[in-house]
Write a protein that binds this ligand. Structure first.
Ligand code: UDP
Length: 252
């Protein structure tokens, strides 16, 4: 039988949400079963998100994170933790992948996730801040081994692992099966809400693996770009009066 994929997506209502969720759900719909899409919102389940999920044709769970926001720029941390708790509580067996709603994913990526045994990582292409250059972030590989990192220079010396949120996935049993994976601690594995922006991924990964030797290159040699992180979020746009969408779905 094929390994289950557990795709975790934090989301929130905003101008491009319908565009993002439709695009992601249509990609997931093309992925062979079994796949479970865990979509998590803050405070309450919005009608906008529920409606898109109902139409997807993908098996999904729509969760709500009730935690009081301590940090305004939370960026999905508590929502991903809600999903991790759910996976752990229900002992959902599969490969866990944090797929933010605004990234682009190829089908090939989802095929490759099924080859992961413990923890897999791959390079992600991003738009550089200048917006006219693409850069890579993620592992440099030799066959199935991770031997170094592509990184954006500004944080080169500080982060232990230079991986984007959409550039790694892991076996869910890591969350509870300490003996099998020889994990040193029995603390629950969580995203930390106190870490600086840009450090979310590495602090999470440091809880899951000790070093590069416990990582798998996905696929062999990390030879493919399978996901893209563009930061397309609309900011500082000026609209003619009356052209704005009042909500993320309705044209008024
Ligand atoms: N997100 C969220 N609530 C927020 C901010 C972000 O649910 O207040 C989600 C967002 O929908 C996306 C993920 O968290 O799925 C990462 O969002 P962010 O805007 O940080 O993306 P980035 O700028 O890293 O692409």
């Amino acid at each position: 039988p094929k390994k289950q994929l557990i795709v975790v997506t934090p989301t929130y209502n905003r101008a491009l949400q319908a565009y993002f969720l439709n695009r992601l759900s249509q990609a997931l719909r093309l992925v062979p079963q079994p796949i479970l899409w865990i979509v998590v919102e803050m405070n309450s389940a919005s009608l906008e998100t529920s409606e898109i999920l109902r139409k997807t044709g993908v098996m999904y769970r729509h969760l709500v994170c009730k935690k009081n926001m301590t940090n305004v720029k939370d960026r999905g941390v508590h929502q991903r933790n809600t999903a991790l708790e759910h996976i752990e509580h229900h002992k959902l067996d599969g490969i866990v992948y944090f797929a933010d709603d605004d990234n682009i994913y190829s089908l090939e990526l989802f095929e490759n996730l099924r080859e992961i045994s413990r923890f897999g990582t791959w390079p992600v292409a991003m738009l550089a801040p200048s917006k006219n250059k693409a850069i890579l972030e993620g592992p440099v590989c030799n066959r199935s081994l991770v031997i170094g990192w592509h990184t954006n220079e500004k944080s080169k010396r500080l982060r232990r692992f230079h991986v984007d949120m959409s550039g790694f996935a892991f076996n869910s049993t890591i969350l509870w099966d300490h003996r099998r994976w020889h994990r040193p601690t029995s603390d629950p594995i969580r995203q930390r809400d106190t870490v600086k922006e840009g450090f979310q991924e590495t602090t999470f990964i440091e809880q899951v693996v000790e070093d590069e030797s416990q990582m798998e290159a996905v696929p062999y040699d990390c030879s493919r770009i399978m996901s893209w992180h563009l930061h397309l979020e609309a900011r500082n746009f000026a609209y003619p009066r009356g052209w704005q969408l009042q909500k993320n779905l309705d044209v008024v």
